[in-house]
Design a protein around this ligand. Structure first.
Ligand SMILES: *[C@@H]1O[C@H](CO)[C@@H](O)[C@H](O)[C@H]1NC(C)=O
Ligand SMILES: *[C@@H]1O[C@H](CO)[C@@H](O)[C@H](O)[C@H]1NC(C)=O
Ligand SMILES: *[C@@H]1O[C@H](CO)[C@@H](O)[C@H](O)[C@H]1NC(C)=O
Ligand SMILES: *[C@@H]1O[C@H](CO)[C@@H](O)[C@H](O)[C@H]1NC(C)=O
Ligand SMILES: *[C@@H]1O[C@H](CO)[C@@H](O)[C@H](O)[C@H]1NC(C)=O
Ligand SMILES: *[C@@H]1O[C@H](CO)[C@@H](O)[C@H](O)[C@H]1NC(C)=O
Length: 391
């Protein structure tokens, strides 16, 4: 059964590298330029400045590259620290474990390494930081064995270990097992948190739950939007406490295709593979990227309008925009209140493209504002960008 094994291999609960001894606590490079950090498998972690006044081919400039292990694949931040998770070979090629690399951001030297440790499992793909800033969670995708179904689901694949907005839950979508695990998180001592499996939900075979994102409705209810990578869906769940507060009340409200109405849920391991999901800060729009693994045409991001008070159909498909690249594994909205920009990491076309977002319509505006090629078109999926976040 999953619980013990999942906890062992996918979650790292540990004090991390002097969270509190940060050199730079209020200064930010974003005062000068918006900054992007990119986890690039072939080029480590890149710091990129964005100058919106320049032409798209000149607006993005790599200002630093820091080593972060073999095939860095995910980034998370806390205060002015940055954490990168690498896929395997930590600390060297004899090990299948991923690594976690911590950096402080300093004004004089940019990112400075402040420590690293094993992700204690194979295939590091995700990290998040608890609300109190003291615990870092990692998902190692090659957890095994596990109940899987077919095709790419021969084993358990925890793809995320994300804290909910209250900080009291940690959610682990398991792409291989078609399950989502809900852990209760509570402070136990000065040394950390207690993380205990509380509940799980089982999705239809071949759903492939990958990433979840949350929207607080009120004190007692939170929406969870869950990407099904393999069936190209978003499922909207309402998560509330039951009267007794002992169990969570998890209700699925709606399922929509990331490929537009009429597309329905696709067969497992369809040629389209949904990847990342994001919400606009105003709570009005949801974005999800699709990866078409058979065509060489550019892949799209689907855009939905959100109406969280509508408990029957909170999501309405609006349309899609091309990423003008191949395999948008990850994308991020800029952190300003209007989410003015959207940065897309196209893994196979090996580039970062920047778009302007229209805050009224939710769509990306015509014409790119940034275009940075990071290497050759790479169909192997092993040398391109895996994640892009705003500093
Ligand atoms: C597994 O694949 C087989 C053949 O492709 C199909 O008949 C079966 O329904 C699949 N099972 C699940 C659980 O998806
Ligand atoms: C998942 O939840 C079901 C009840 O919905 C329960 O029977 C099962 O033991 C749970 N599995 C795990 C691994 O917690
Ligand atoms: C669970 O939430 C649903 C949707 O809000 C609600 O209809 C139902 O009564 C709740 N059940 C319990 C046991 O609280
Ligand atoms: C995004 O889609 C909207 C609506 O179809 C369209 O007006 C806009 O030009 C598209 N933007 C890009 C960058 O393709
Ligand atoms: C980005 O720039 C490259 C040249 O570096 C060019 O080949 C490509 O067409 C550009 N992409 C877009 C979407 O404009
Ligand atoms: C990866 O880096 C190596 C060495 O710098 C380079 O030769 C190769 O072309 C790069 N691969 C891609 C896909 O950019």
């Amino acid at each position: 059964m999953i619980p013990r094994r999942l906890l062992d291999t996918s979650i790292l609960s540990a004090w991390l590298f002097g969270f509190r001894s940060v050199v730079c606590s209020s200064c930010s490079i974003t005062d000068v330029f918006p900054t992007l950090y990119v986890a690039h498998q072939n080029r480590s972690v890149l710091t990129i400045h964005f100058d919106p006044t320049k032409a798209p081919e000149e607006s993005l400039e790599i200002v630093q590259a820091v080593h972060a292990g073999f095939q860095p694949g995910w980034l998370c931040t806390h205060d002015s620290n940055l954490y990168a998770v690498s896929r395997s070979k930590y600390p060297d090629s004899t090990s299948p474990s991923g690594g976690i690399f911590a950096f402080a951001h300093t004004q004089s030297s940019g990112l400075v390494g402040i420590g690293d440790t094993t992700s204690d499992g194979e295939g590091g793909v995700f990290c998040d930081i608890s609300k109190d800033g003291r615990v870092l969670s990692v998902a190692n995708i090659l957890a095994q064995p596990g109940p899987g179904t077919n095709g790419s689901q021969i084993q358990s694949n925890p793809h995320q270990a994300v804290f909910d907005p209250s900080g009291q839950l940690m959610i682990v979508p398991d792409r291989g097992a078609d399950r989502v695990y809900f852990y209760r998180v509570s402070s136990i001592s000065d040394l950390g948190l207690d993380v205990a499996l509380a509940q799980n939900i089982t999705l239809p075979p071949g759903s492939g739950p990958r990433h979840a994102i949350f929207q607080v409705i009120n004190d007692r209810a939170t929406m969870m939007y869950l990407v099904g990578e393999l069936d190209n869906t978003i499922r909207a769940f309402l998560i509330g406490d039951t009267a007794s507060s002992l169990t969570l009340n998890i209700t699925m409200l709606q399922i929509v295709s990331t490929l537009g109405p009429g597309a329905k849920r696709t067969d497992p391991n369809n040629e389209h593979l949904a990847s990342e999901v994001a919400l606009s800060t105003d709570g009005r729009f949801l974005y999800v990227s699709n990866r078409n693994t058979v065509s060489y045409d550019a892949d799209p991001i689907a855009i939905f309008a959100l109406q969280p008070s509508d408990t029957k159909a909170p999501l309405t498909y609006l349309g899609q925009n091309s990423t003008l690249g191949k395999i948008p594994r990850h994308f991020s909205l800029s952190q300003d209140p209007e989410n003015k920009w959207v940065a897309v990491a196209n893994e196979v076309s090996n580039n970062i493209l920047l778009f302007k977002r229209n805050r009224k319509s939710g769509f990306l505006e015509d014409g790119i504002v940034g275009n940075l090629t990071l290497g050759d078109f790479d169909i192997s999926l092993e040398r391109g960008p895996m994640a892009v976040i705003w500093g």
